[in-house]
Design a protein around this ligand. Sequence first.
Ligand SMILES: [Zn+2]
Length: 131
Amino acid sequence: MIPFFTGYAVIVWWLAGKYRRSVLGFLWVGAGALFMALVIFGHYALGISTNGRIYVEVLQPILYAYGAVVTGMGFYIACLPRRVEHGPHCHACAYDLRSIRTAICPECGTSIPARDPRLGTRDISAEQARP
Ligand SMILES: [Zn+2]
């Protein structure tokens, strides 16, 4: 039971994060909420069909709270901003620096710091080693 709860939340949140800020991310969160509603209804229907023999009454509010947490957190994750998909670029002129190995932007001449986290991973050590 515990692996289901943690695993289900991780799957829904991972999909929400992978497709965040897109319709697909919100659809995954909606699908996660719909599945939780089916689980809650299935638990309730199982209790009725077995005359209460297979029905843990305290599980209902736990399922409601769990579904609300998974859906709410998934919605929050789906709203998070995406990273810049374009990779390293000059922050002065936005020139794409993916295949550029110099320490100076070829478009505008701005010097590019070797360890600027906005630029991603670039290997300019060979260019900087030159005199
Ligand atoms: Zn530039």
